[in-house]
Every structure is written in structure tokens, then in C-alpha cells.
Write a protein that binds this ligand. Sequence first.
Ligand code: ADP
Length: 215
Amino acid sequence: MKSSVVTPIKKKRQVERRATNVVWHELLVDKATRSQIKEQHPCLLWFTGLSGAGKSTIANIVEKKLNAKGKHTYLLDGDNVRYGLNKDLGFTDEERIENIRRVGEVAKLFVDAGIITIASFISPFRSDRRLVRNLFEEDEFIEVFVSAPLELCEQRDPKGLYKKARAGEIPHFTGIDSPYETPEREHIILSTDTLTAEQCADQLINYMVDNGFID
Ligand code: ADP
């Protein structure tokens, strides 16, 4: 049986686990060099919105369109990340915050690698989205609000999650018993109640062209 007593050795290991004696190591190859090779401007497209709003659907189409333009991309999807990197996290407020913090840091590494990165996460809290935004330069970050009324998302219910949440089987479900804080500083709104997924993807691609993110 495991002992819960904190021995001096355990305590030392806990302290060592935190990054204290760590010094940033300057690398010889930097972001500019990496993105020059790719002839692209790396950035993060951060998709936020209710479950079922259409984030993953549109993010996939956008990635395909960017690839067709010869852009090197990577899509970080909420559910997929929870299979691996974040499989130790649940859906309490604290765990959601940690989920987004880790994804923000991973996205930063991808952007540093010169990649146009797409992140599709409900990310319900404004403060978390602000934290992610603050990891990037202004010309590296686009907050994409994928908007649809809760009733429509619930009707779509592509993964049957709202049904389960209404039945009390999923606690802390965004829109049901956990809040979604509507963006106030988004760069673009994609309204999936009035536009098709394809039209929304085109709207975002046009935004990227108009604002110099891609040619
Ligand atoms: P999210 O990633 O936001 O949870 P998904 O993309 O997984 O949402 O699911 C959205 C569902 O809504 C899909 O089944 C999709 O086919 C459907 N849908 C209907 N209209 C649209 C639209 N205009 N944009 C995006 N998805 C739409």
C-alpha cells in the first residue's frame, strides 16, 4: 500500500519537480529562421465556442484550405488532446484552466516552430483565453468565436453530450451547469446558425488574407 506520509526525500522530489533552477537556453535557430524556410507567417487561430457550435468542423475545413495553399499547419483539437497530453485532467474549473494553459503553451511551441496552428477548444473562461493570447505577439494570434445559440447546439448534439448532461450524467457541462463567457475581444465571429461551415471557413481565410496572415 502506498504511504501518504511526506518523507524528506519525497518532499525534495516534489520541490525538484518545480522548475526553480532553470535558465532559458538561447537557441541558434529561431522562429524567424524556421518560418522563412516555410515561407509563411506562423500564428495561432484560437477557436472558442459552445460544444456543437461547429469549431472542429470549421477548423478541419480551414486546415484543408490552408494546406491546399501550401501552408504547413497543425490542428490541436480539444477532445484529441484529452486522449494524451491532458488525459489526467477532468472538467472542474481548475482542470479546465490547466487544460487551456497547457494547450496554450503547446501552441506557442508550434508557432515557434513556424507552423500555422489551429486550436479548437470550448475555452469557456475569458481569463483563460486572455492568458493564451498574452503568450503571443499581436500579429500571431486570432481569436475566432464560433457562435451558435445554445438551443441549436443542443439540437445538433453531434456527440450526444447535451443529452447526457441534461440527464445529469456529465457534471460541469458548458452551457448547462457550467458557464460559457462570450468573447468580448474576438477578432472574428463565425455565425454557424446563419452560414454553412464552408462559408465560415472562407470567412476566416479571407480575414487572414485581408490582415496579412497569408497571401
Ligand atoms: P464543436 O467542435 O464546436 O463541438 P462540432 O464541429 O464537433 O462542434 O459539431 C458541430 C456539428 O454541427 C457537426 O455535426 C456539424 O456538421 C453541424 N453543423 C451544422 N451546421 C454547421 C455550420 N454552419 N458550421 C459548423 N458545423 C455545423
